[in-house]
Write a protein that binds this ligand. Structure first.
Ligand SMILES: Cc1cc2nc3c(=O)[nH]c(=O)nc-3n(C[C@H](O)[C@H](O)[C@H](O)COP(=O)(O)O)c2cc1C
Length: 485
C-alpha cells in the first residue's frame, strides 16, 4: 500500500548542507562517546547498515578532534532524498537519465570564495587531524584513508578531469595507496598511463567530504571523457563550484571539507598493499605493486568533517551507491547502443552491486534477449557475470518476482547460456586467487518462450492475476472492505 513520501526539492552545495537536512529529519545520529578507530567504528557501521539505520557522525574517534561522517546515502530513502526524487528506482533512473542528457557545466570560483581553502597545511601528517582514519575490519592490513571520496585526475592531452573513488591505505605519514583495479580499467589508470608516457608524475587531489551528487557520480561508471562535475551539476540542478588546486591545474570542489594534494609517481609503485575487507563481504588479497600518492599539501575548512564508509557484504552504503549508479549507467549504455524495448535495469544490491544484472524488456524480435545479454557483458566498466532477462511484467528489482519468472519461464537447456573467458574484478571470491580477474558468464532468458510455443502451435498460458480494471476497483474500495490501509 502507498505510504506518504517526502519529495524534497532542495539542492545541496556541500556535505554539511546535506547533513543538516538529514539532521532536521532525524536521519543523522551523533555518537558523542569516544570510540576506538580500529574495528569499533567498523562494527558499529556493520550493525547500523544491517538495521537500515541512520547516517552516523562519530564525534570522538580515537584521539582525533575531526568528526567522521558515514552513511549519508546508505539507503534508497536517503539516496532519493539527496536526489530530490521519490524513493523508486524509476524516479532515480529518470533523474540520472536527465543528468546525462542535461549536464550543467561547472563554474570556477575565486580562491577566497572556496571554503576548502580556509586552512592550508604545508607539512601534513596522515596520522593526525583532520584524518580520523579507521582500521575498518579486524583483518585489514592497516588504516584505509580513502573509502568514500573523490580522486581527481586530468587527461594531460585533453584536459578532461575525472572524479573516481579508489581506496587508499595509509603507508606512512605522507604516502597512501590508490588501488586502481585493472579489470575493468579505471579512468585514473588511463590518465596515469598518459602521464607515464610523458615521463612525468601525475598530479592528483583526493577530496574528502563532497556534496552527495559528486559522491554519486564518482562511483557510477560515468563514461570516459564525460565530465563528472557536469553530471553532478545535472543531478543538482546547478553548476558544481570548483576552484584551482594549489599545486597543479586540477580543479577541486570549492565546497569540499578536505583536499589532499600531491602526485602519483609514474616511475615506481608501492610493493605491497592490502588485504582489506571488500564489497563482496570477504577479505581481498594482498596487492603487489600498487599505485600510490605522495602528499605535499592539505587544505580544509576551518572545522572540517572527514567522510568515509565501511566496505563489506550487502547491505552497505557502498552497495546502495553502486547499485543505483551502475543500474543507471548500464541503462544509459543500453540506450546509447540503441537496444529496443528496455523497460528497467537492476544491478542488484544483493548481487554486491556488480555481479548480477536483471533487465526487463518488451521482447520484440528473435535474438532480442541475447542482444541484451551481450551488451550487458560488453559494458567496458562493469562486470555483471550473471544476467537475467525478464519480460516487462516482471520488476527486475523484485527478487521474488524474478525468481517466479525463472521458475515458470525457464528450461535450462533452452534458456541458459554459459561462456568462459570473460573479464571480472579481482575480488570475486568464487574464483581462485590465481585466476582472479577472469570469469565465466551465465545468461538466463527468463522471458516467456513465445517462439517455442508458436512453433508448437499453441500459446503461452494466460496468467491468473485478476484483470487490471478489477484490481483498480478493488483497491479503490479497500477501506470499504474494512482494511485500514
Ligand atoms: C566504497 C567504494 C569503494 C571503491 N573502491 C574502489 C577501489 O579501491 N578501486 C577501484 O578501482 N574501484 C573502486 N570502487 C569502484 C569505483 O569507484 C567505480 O567503479 C567508479 O566508477 C570508477 O570511476 P572511473 O570509472 O572514473 O574510473 C569503489 C566504489 C565504492 C562505492
Amino acid at each position: 500500500m502507498a505510504t506518504a513520501i517526502e519529495v524534497q526539492t532542495k539542492a545541496f552545495n556541500s556535505l554539511r548542507e546535506y547533513m543538516s537536512f538529514l539532521d532536521e529529519r532525524g536521519l543523522l545520529h551523533r555518537i558523542d562517546v569516544p570510540v576506538s578507530k580500529d574495528e569499533e567504528v567498523g562494527a558499529i557501521c556493520r550493525e547500523v547498515f544491517d538495521r537500515d539505520g541512520p547516517a552516523l557522525l562519530f564525534n570522538k574517534v580515537g584521539n582525533h578532534t575531526t568528526p567522521l561522517f558515514v552513511g549519508g546515502v546508505a539507503t534508497r530513502e536517503r539516496y532519493s532524498l539527496a536526489l530530490g526524487v521519490e524513493p523508486t528506482i524509476q524516479a532515480i533512473a529518470a533523474k540520472w537519465a536527465s543528468a546525462y542528457k542535461n549536464p550543467i557545466k561547472y563554474q570556477e570560483a575565486a580562491r577566497n570564495e572556496a571554503p576548502c581553502k580556509e586552512v592550508v597545511i604545508d607539512n601534513p601528517d596522515l596520522y593526525a587531524d583532520p584524518f580520523p582514519v579507521p582500521k575498518w575490519h579486524h583483518l585489514d592490513a592497516g588504516p584505509e584513508l580513502a573509502t568514500l571520496h573523490g580522486v581527481i585526475t586530468m587527461d594531460p592531452e585533453t584536459g578532461w578531469i575525472n572524479v573516481g573513488n579508489y581506496r587508499g591505505q595509509i603507508f606512512d605519514s605522507k604516502r597512501f595507496g590508490c588501488y586502481l583495479v585493472s579489470i575493468p580499467v579505471r579512468h585514473a589508470k588511463l590518465h596515469w598511463d598518459k602521464w607515464k608516457a610523458m615521463g612525468k608524475p601525475m598530479p592528483v587531489c583526493v577530496v574528502l567530504g563532497m556534496d552527495p551528487y559528486l559522491h554519486l557520480t564518482s562511483v557510477s561508471a560515468v563514461p570516459y571523457g564525460i565530465d563528472e562535475y557536469d553530471i553532478a551539476g545535472g543531478l543538482r540542478g546547478s553548476a558544481t563550484q570548483v576552484v584551482k588546486a594549489e599545486l597543479s591545474d586540477l580543479l577541486v570542489p570549492a565546497q569540499a571539507e578536505i583536499v589532499i594534494e600531491g602526485y602519483m609517481p609514474t616511475d615506481k609503485l608501492w610493493p605491497e598493499e592490502a588485504p582489506f575487507g571488500e564489497f563482496p563481504g570477504y577479505m581481498g588479497q594482498m596487492v603487489k605493486n600498487c599505485h600510490y600518492i605522495e602528499v605535499h599539501k592539505v587544505t580544509h575548512r576551518k572545522t572540517p568533517i572527514f567522510q568515509g564508509t565501511y566496505e563489506g557484504r550487502p547491505p552497505s552504503e557502498s552497495t546502495t551507491v553502486r547499485s543505483m549508479g551502475r543500474s543507471a549507467a548500464l541503462w544509459e549504455h543500453l540506450r546509447r547502443a540503441g537496444l529496443a524495448g528496455i523497460k528497467d535495469v537492476s544491478v542488484t544490491p544483493a548481487g554486491c552491486a556488480g555481479f548480477h544484472a536483471n533487465v526487463s524488456i518488451t521482447k520484440s524480435y528473435h535474438g532480442h534477449v541475447r542482444d541484451v545479454m551481450f551488451h550487458v557483458w560488453g559494458h567496458p566498466n562493469l562486470f555483471c557475470k550473471h544476467v537475467t532477462v525478464v519480460d516487462d511484467d516482471i520488476d527486475p528489482w523484485n527478487p521474488f518476482m524474478v525468481e517466479w519468472a525463472i521458475a515458470t519461464r525457464v528450461q535450462a537447456c533452452r534458456d541458459v547460456i554459459t561462456l568462459g573467458g570473460a573479464k571480472s574484478i579481482d575480488v570475486d571470491p568464487s574464483q581462485v586467487g590465481s585466476r582472479r580477474g577472469e570469469s565465466d558468464l551465465l545468461g538466463i532468458d527468463a522471458t516467456k518462450p513465445l517462439e517455442e510455443y508458436a512453433r508448437d502451435g499453441s500459446e503461452y498460458p494466460a496468467g491468473t492475476d485478476p484483470l487490471p480494471e478489477t484490481m483498480e476497483k478493488v483497491r479503490k474500495r479497500w477501506k470499504e472492505y474494512g482494511f485500514k490501509d
